[in-house]
Design a binder for this molecule. Structure first.
Ligand code: DCP
Ligand code: MG
Length: 404
């Protein structure tokens, strides 16, 4: 299965803290079992059945989405379809119909824009909405969230869950708190207690590896995280540690960004069979180069960083990157650097199950030309980071009379 990615960027603007009201009203909306629910809606005979959208259990594919009936069997996204079939042999497996899902996605995103102009889509089925000031003049974010959920149901026949709070991270956690078809509101005066009780794996940006590392440090909940200083968390988790420190205190100044800046363009292929032969590896990569080059040309863009991703048969995944001042604008630019990246892998000596190529740090050719002639380091200090700003901000937004 080949996936082409055109990713967005959530990088905060340099100084969001002073640019926004102290108490914002953010809603995060996430559709329930999105692909699977659309299939159940379009084929009523599938209602109430365990439905799995993704690769066939006879292939090496994975589960993209599963209905809540399938989840009762322990099935979840990204699980190999073979495993899902073992856990629930009666499940109905369906191949994805991306065009159909995109159509519904466009429908719900358009619906969000009836309420506010500040809509930031995060993926095909979820978005952040800043409704601090909104197109209805409605002071209650909770009422807006209820209205959005009702309108989604009426217009699409699907259910969505929503979270309401004063920042993005809490709104996102809230939307997942009462899924499916749920609504959770975390007002500022309840945030600290909510975070304190939160299992650490639920915190934004805490994946399996970080969770394990936190557990080794005795950090199991948000309350445990509060015992660690910024310095300690930075030493343990690098830049993410600073974000974790702020999150434990309910601080997340990232604005809802309605225009997302594209960050990378890539092509990734899970191979039908593991490949050991170097020539075959090169052939797959060559196809991917052509595909990426076509998108770069179509979007009239290029990037300064090229990344090669290799997943070996045992699922060990490595990436090899290089950044050049002249950038990667066409197939020739990529092909010129690829052998060097490939040489730093075990291609040809170790079986490979997935290959991917990504061009990131996107810029126009004009920008790249400017960069090439301006390679000198800047003589003045870099702007203070978001985290540096956060140190001077209050532990929690001051308790206010704002109603959510
Ligand atoms: N998706 C995918 N591969 C993944 C995860 C998700 O293809 N590893 C697709 C299928 C999902 C859709 O994206 O339907 C939305 O992803 P979500 O994480 O929001 O999952 P669901 O909407 O399916 O379920 P939930 O009710 O948990 O939100
Ligand atoms: Mg969803």
């Amino acid at each position: 299965m080949t996936a082409v990615s055109v990713n967005g960027d959530n990088t905060p603007s340099p100084n969001p803290f002073f640019a926004m009201p102290l108490t914002r009203k953010i809603i995060h909306v996430d559709m329930d079992a999105f692909f699977a629910s659309i299939e159940q809606r379009d084929r009523p005979e599938l209602h109430g059945l365990p439905v799995i959208v993704g690769g066939s259990p006879r292939s090496r594919g994975v589960v993209a989405a599963c209905s809540y009936e399938a989840r009762a069997f322990g099935i979840h996204s990204a699980m190999p379809s073979v495993r899902a079939h073992q856990m629930c042999p009666q499940a109905v497996f369906l191949a994805p119909r991306m065009a159909r899902y995109q159509e519904v996605s466009r429908q719900i995103m358009a619906l969000f824009r009836r309420y506010t102009t500040l809509v930031e889509p995060l993926s095909v089925d979820e978005a952040f909405l800043d409704v601090t000031t909104n197109l209805l003049g409605e002071p209650s974010a909770t009422r807006i969230a209820q209205a959005i959920r009702a309108t989604i149901r009426e217009t699409t026949g699907l259910t969505a869950s929503a979270g309401v709070s004063y920042n993005k991270f809490l709104a996102k956690i809230a939307s997942g708190h009462n899924k499916p078809d749920g609504l959770t509101v975390i007002p500022p005066d309840r945030a600290q207690a909510f975070i304190a009780a939160l299992p650490i794996g639920k915190l934004y940006g805490v994946g399996k590896v970080t969770e394990q590392k936190m557990r080794q440090q005795g950090i199991r909940t948000g309350a445990d995280l509060l015992r660690f200083s910024r310095q300690e968390l930075a030493a343990l988790f690098g830049k993410s540690g600073l974000f974790f420190h702020d999150m434990a205190r309910g601080i997340d100044c990232r604005p809802v960004e309605s225009v997302r800046v594209r960050k990378s363009i890539g092509s990734e292929t899970t191979l039908p069979k593991d490949i050991l032969d170097f020539v075959r590896v090169s052939t797959v990569l060559f196809d991917q180069v052509q595909q990426v080059a076509r998108i770069l040309a179509h979007k009239k863009t290029g990037g300064r960083t090229l990344t090669l991703k290799v997943r070996y048969s045992d699922f060990t995944t490595i990436t090899r990157s290089c950044t050049t001042p002249q950038g990667f604008f066409d197939a020739a630019d990529i092909v010129a650097q690829l052998p060097r990246l490939l040489a730093a892998t075990e291609a040809g000596r170790r079986p490979i199950r997935l290959l991917g190529i990504t061009v990131a740090n996107l810029c126009s050719e004009q920008e790249a030309r400017r960069l090439r002639i301006r390679q000198l380091p800047l003589p003045f200090p870099q702007p203070r980071s978001r985290n540096a700003l956060a140190t001077t901000s209050p532990e929690l937004p001051p308790h206010s009379q704002t109603k959510y």
